[in-house]
Write a protein that binds this ligand. Sequence first.
Ligand code: HEC
Length: 331
Amino acid sequence: MSPFYRKVVRAGIPVTIVTLAVVLSISPRVRAADGVDVPDPRIQKGLSIAPVPLNLHGKDEALVGLGSYLVNVAGDCNGCHSAGPPTQFAPGGNPYFGQPKKVNPATYMGGGDDFGPLIPGSASIVSRNLTPDKTGLPEGGHTLAEFTQILRTGIDLDHVHPTCTGAPNANCVPPPFNGALLQIMPWPSFQDMTDHDISAIYEYLGAIPCVEGGPGEPPNRCSLASARVIWIQPGSLAGFGDAGALVVAGNALGPVPAGMRVTLYWQDKTAGTPWTAAPYTALPDSKGIWYNEIPPANVTLSHQYLVYATYGDSTSASCTYLGNSAFNACP
Ligand code: HEC
């Protein structure tokens, strides 16, 4: 595919302008009845109608295009896998109100549409979040093999609602329904898709943006919180901190959960002391920036110090103060 076309797709410029160039350059072809190869028009269509920005990095663009067509046109996956009809379309973009169609990116394929219980008092059937998570794999981290198995057999690998063994309750599905299988989800139709079509859907679902939430999904499914040290310098240079302390700044990347603190560890490299945690733990500000210090009692400004920080499960790279009484930036 031509770089020009890639650029256009990424920029979200209406692709109709370049349709001719694309039709000439696109590679995957289908064999027409007369035996002549022709481009699969669904690829182009799929790329042009995708309602969210696509991350094509490391992706097969033709598969993504076909997947988009199957998800958005043929399968109407978002018709059930958004959070429900009231928020499926952006304000002012509800085609059922006669407005020009605009799918709501905030709920697109994020799941959460509640179809209610199969019989009163049993588990509600709620559509799942099919967007990629922080692993980058679609559908909350499932592999292509798992995804194929789900579509072909309807098996619920997450065991969200087992079959009731006694009286129905809000966590189980009553017989004759089989709780090991996905309910409502039209897998009995989708199971007969070709392997190629299933791979295309999988490839597309890996290219759409992550949405938070959905049944059984952990908080912060979209990104890893991570810690970074930015600089270390004497408090006298920084203009704050205790006299004689070494002041450290860093940032917490990713979602900043309320109340989650950053712990600073240091080691006097010159004296060979063990790692020590700073007594104070810093709270990142709204941009994730935090400050801390190695207390003056532990500092000899002509010594070298190593520091690192932890934030949730994440550990930063270490950073060195060179014993030079200067500003030391961290790589
Ligand atoms: C008629 C509504 C409906 C449509 C259309 C639909 N789904 Fe579903 N889907 C559901 C529901 C509801 C569930 C959860 C079922 C349950 O909990 O028993 C589900 C579950 C799934 C799961 C299992 C997720 C997991 O975490 O294991 C996958 C995968 C899936 N759907 C993919 C798709 C794809 C791909 C499409 C479009 C080609 C699609 N669905 C279209 C309703 C639908």
